[in-house]
Design a protein around this ligand. Structure first.
Ligand code: ADP
Ligand code: ZN
Length: 733
């Protein structure tokens, strides 16, 4: 697409504002303005931020156009970024202003780049310690002593700024002037990497060759956990850096990055830029600026790093590409994995999708030749895949209120005797999934949602995992009023931890569950401790399934392998396959001699997913899963789009959805089917009634255009109704 890149003073230009109104015409200010320039424009009585989006085209009277108020001193968005945002908006049916907000999600872009005041730790704790003061120190320590703006520090700690000032006076903290926007240290791609095994170096060479083409392409890098995928794609990063281009590595969870950053430093001599919810505001701004000015070579980040304004992006790695956290289902519904492919195709960059258990979509794309495929067949060195087995819970002699079978317990004891680690995996946060009354059978539900409340004993409260609402654990049953009859039913990780403490009193146990850590740093520390061997028994949710290296871990016990086998969800089988394969892959990674063992406790040892996991013939699982999707016309062989409507009143949302469904000619015109409306599986969230519709269309059908036409002819929506479109939905809640 060719675009005019500069608009002289007085030219009619289009500016995309961050407001709902979208693109409006203005006049270029004195001195002219570049395409993509961030600007402030008048909008009625207000001033709002926007970006110069192209030539103006409105029929608005030229004489009435208002000029741009002022330019923001930040690098302009590139034509490539503008095209990416436009095409993503079209694909996901997201209004452009929301896209602009994603691309400018760095604070203080409007501030000059000069020095700023920051607070950092300077001396010993004060003599007089208060709760407020220790809250401040905790925030500082959680961020590894990073610098904060004074107001930000007070806000994060939940205290007034006088508390912060008090600590400065006491000499515990100091306030200094620090330069903003310092370039990141250069990474050196020519430091020697680890010598690669033959299949690894072949894989690395294939990725390097793809990069040398300097054109778009996607490669699926598949290999069992521990086969060296990370080593291999770091070689692709090295090639990208040698070419003088920038590389982005997306990871599913911040928990991955502490180990990961050190690995990058070991390979390239310096740490990469880091982007996730745990970084400070000043780091955020710095990284945004440095990406745009090519002063950072490599960025490691969570999914939203995809919207950083890289000046010359040459490579995007999506590690654990199958991971569900790449799908955002809030405000903007998008898959970062799929949008990485879109962005790379516009930038002329390469994509590497790495996984031990790829999504069925990527598996099919590789099979069809749309993606190249590289396989690492064995684990690095002597480490072998764990021996897999099941424990049939129908025959195990389970004690009441216990979740670890006698056989699994014996295996744990054997590990403990040898100084090796065991991991117990249960994908359920909290103490117990159900709190029920023994007198009347009533289960405690959330007042605002259609979900059961989960007991969290550490917090001593019931928590709704849907909306986050909490309430005290009731003494009397809310339904029948009988006291002292409330019981916890079923296990969560906290309850499992209790059982471990009772049955293995001399073992050091550690629970890894996302809600038990106040900060990303605390979680990283816990993971580092486990890695150093300071734990005998690890109890964890899906948090542990991802990428950590625990060298002394030789036993994995899956407490309830049946969880997730039967869901209302298209991907239930795929997800539990991936999860269990990965958890099992934690065992015996380093190959220090001991081969790992993974034991799955299940009531259905003959279930096809369990059998595929045990056999180790993963291809069979994917081929079978792909075939069943194909015969059902489901993704990736057909296309799905979810429509989610919500309103405080159930009849209102139901009526409106029914009318929409009746007038769906534009959908029928492309051969799409419309299912629903039906109450969403969780029919109330945060006090809003929810209704879903699902559209299924043939693979090549223009779904987005049809949905746009359909919604355009829809009758006016009742006030307070919300409608979201979820293209390629991952979850069906
Ligand atoms: P994956 O990403 O496939 O899970 P990793 O790249 O993390 O695998 O490798 C697993 C472990 O093996 C890591 O500790 C890594 O450092 C080590 N490793 C892999 N390849 C090599 C190699 N060629 N030389 C030395 N160590 C290696
Ligand atoms: Zn709730």
């Amino acid at each position: 697409m060719s675009r005019v890149l500069f608009f002289p003073h007085g030219a009619r230009i289009a500016v995309l504002t961050q407001e709902v109104v979208g693109v409006l015409d203005y006049l270029a200010p004195e001195g002219g303005v570049r395409l993509g320039q961030l600007v402030v424009v008048p909008l009625g009585p207000r001033r709002v931020m926007g970006a110069v989006w192209g030539e103006g085209m409105g029929d608005f009277d030229m004489a009435k156009l208002r000029p741009v108020a002022r330019l923001i001193d930040a690098p302009p968005l590139s034509p490539e970024m503008i095209e990416f945002l436009e095409r993503m908006a079209e694909y996901t049916l997201t209004p452009l202003p929301s896209m602009l907000r994603m691309a400018t999600r760095a604070p203080d872009l409007d501030q000059p780049p000069s020095a700023r005041r920051i607070i950092h730790r300077a001396g010993p704790p004060p003599e007089r310690m208060t709760d407020a003061r220790s809250a401040v120190l905790r925030v500082i320590d959680d961020h590894g002593g990073a610098g904060f703006a004074p107001g930000e520090l007070a806000q994060l700690a939940g205290v007034t700024s006088s508390v912060v000032q008090g600590l400065v006076k006491a000499g515990t903290l100091a306030e200094v002037l620090a330069p903003r926007d310092v370039p990141y240290p250069k990474l050196d791609p020519d430091l020697p990497g680890k010598p690669l095994a033959p299949d690894q170096s072949e894989a690395a060479e294939q990725l390097r060759a793809a990069l040398r083409s300097r054109r778009y392409g996607t490669t699926l890098l598949r290999g069992v956990t521990g086969s060296g995928k990370t080593e291999v794609y770091l070689e692709a990063v090295a090639e990208c850096l040698r070419q003088g281009r920038q590389a982005l590595v997306l990871l599913p969870e911040i928990a991955l990055s502490s180990e990961f950053l050190n690995r990058v430093e070991a390979r390239f001599g310096a740490q990469p830029g880091e982007w996730h919810s745990g970084i400070t505001r000043s780091e955020r701004r710095r990284l945004w600026m440095m990406a745009a000015t090519h002063n950072v070579g490599m960025v490691v980040g969570a999914r939203s790093a995809l919207f950083l304004p890289f000046a010359d992006l040459g490579l995007i790695v999506v590690d654990e590409e199958h991971d569900g956290s790449y799908k955002q289902e809030d405000v903007v519904y998008y898959s970062a994995r799929d949008m990485a492919v879109l962005r790379a195709s516009i930038a002329g960059a390469q994509v590497v999708l790495a996984s031990a258990t790829p999504s069925v979509e990527s598996w099919v794309n590789a099979g069809a030749g749309k993606y190249a495929r590289v396989d690492l067949r064995s684990r690095y060195g002597t480490a072998e895949l764990p021996e897999m087995g099941t424990i049939d819970l129908r025959e195990a002699d389970m004690e009441k209120g216990r979740w670890i079978s006698p056989r699994l317990a014996a295996e744990i004891r054997a590990r403990q005797a040898k100084g090796e680690q065991s991991l117990l995996f249960l994908n359920r946060r909290g103490y117990a999934p159900i709190t029920a009354c023994r007198a009347c059978g009533q289960q405690v539900g959330c007042d605002d949602c259609d979900a059961r409340m989960v007991e969290h004993r550490f917090q001593n409260r019931l928590v709704c995992h849907q909306c986050g609402a909490t309430k005290p654990i009731p003494v009397a049953c809310p339904a029948c009023g009988v006291e002292g009859k409330m019981v916890a039913v079923g296990p969560g990780v906290e309850r499992l931890a209790e059982e471990v403490a009772e049955r293995f009193p001399d073992a050091r146990a550690s629970v890894l569950s996302s809600d038990l850590f106040g900060s990303a740093r605390a979680l990283k520390e816990a993971i580092a401790e486990i890695g150093a061997g300071e734990t005998d028994i690890i109890i964890g949710t899906q948090l542990v399934a991802k990428g950590h290296n625990f060298p002394r871990l030789t036993l994995v016990g899956v407490i309830d392998a049946d969880l997730g086998l039967q869901g209302a969800d298209l991907r239930a089988a795929e997800r539990s396959f991936q999860l269990m394969r990965q958890v099992a892959g934690r065992a015996g990674r380093e190959g220090g001699g001991a081969r790992g063992v993974a034991l799955l406790q299940t009531h259905q040892p003959d279930h096809p997913v369990i059998r595929a996991i045990l056999s180790g013939r993963d291809e069979e699982f994917w081929d079978a899963e792909a075939a069943s999707r194909q015969s059902a016309g489901m993704p990736p062989y057909g296309r799905l789009a979810g429509i989610i409507l919500s309103h405080p009143d159930q009849p209102v949302v139901e009526d409106y959805a029914r009318v929409l469904a009746q007038r769906s000619d534009p959908l029928r015109a492309i051969g799409a089917e419309l299912w629903g409306p039906a109450p969403a599986p969780i029919a109330r969230i945060r006090g809003r009634a929810r209704v879903r519709m699902l559209i299924r269309a043939p693979r090549q059908a223009p779904v987005q255009a049809a949905i746009r036409d359909w919604l355009a002819i829809a009758p006016k929506a009742p006030t307070n109704l919300r409608l979201s479109v979820d293209i390629d939905p991952q979850s069906f809640f």
